[in-house]
Write a protein that binds this ligand. Structure first.
Ligand code: XMP
Ligand code: MG
Length: 179
């Protein structure tokens, strides 16, 4: 698997150190609030698991799956719900946990949906953001790292469902998705 990676962009130590910092910040901001932390499947699942262990307030977790990409590296522009939340978001303080914000369309869709369902507050924590291809302007409250306009995989992020189990963020060799 390592041989398919052109370059390691963010190594394991750097990732975990930044997640420590985000945990401290989020703990401070949500003290006494019992937020509902929403993980956007599947990409954010590894980040979610590490992040919540560093948030020192009571919290609840829920999961939602959204489709916008299929198996390609380009967005189809279409967003739909594959798995909805189990909990009501009404009057809850919501923290959305995302793997990466690229065009911003997925996140804009989710924020809109939670607003319609009358959440009390909505904040966003994304591990990565790729500013180069932003279409929808969305406010991100906590950002792990900014990444260049390259297709990245690992630590939850996939190419055709593979590479999610890498412990770091890497750039895939072009030959993998050009064949
Ligand atoms: P948008 O464009 O809606 O994209 O902000 C959000 C979702 O697209 C996926 N995405 C990627 N997945 N490497 C990936 O593995 C990437 O470089 C990449 N860029 C976008 C991702 O699922 C994200 O939640
Ligand atoms: Mg994905």
């Amino acid at each position: 698997m390592r041989k398919d990676i052109k370059e390691i962009l963010i190594n394991e130590v750097t990732l975990q150190r930044r997640i420590d910092e985000l945990g401290v910040e989020i703990t401070k901001d949500y003290e006494g609030k019992n937020p509902l932390i929403i993980c956007v499947l599947k990409g954010a699942v590894l980040f979610m698991a590490d992040l919540v262990q560093r948030i020192d307030t009571t919290l609840e977790m829920d999961f939602m799956a959204i489709s916008s990409y299929g198996d390609s590296t380009k967005t189809s522009g279409q967003v739909r719900i594959l798995k909805d939340l189990e909990k009501s978001v009404e009057n809850r303080d919501i923290l959305i946990v995302e793997d990466i914000v690229d065009s911003g369309l997925t996140l804009a869709y989710i924020i809109n949906l939670l607003r319609e369902r009358n959440a009390n507050s909505i904040k966003v924590c994304t591990l990565l953001e790729k500013p180069a291809r932003r279409v929808a302007q969305v406010k991100m409250d906590y950002i792990g790292f900014e990444v260049p306009d390259e297709f990245v995989v690992g630590y939850g992020l996939d190419y055709a469902e593979r590479y999610r189990n890498l412990p770091y963020i890497g750039i895939l060799k072009e030959e993998i998705y050009n064949t």
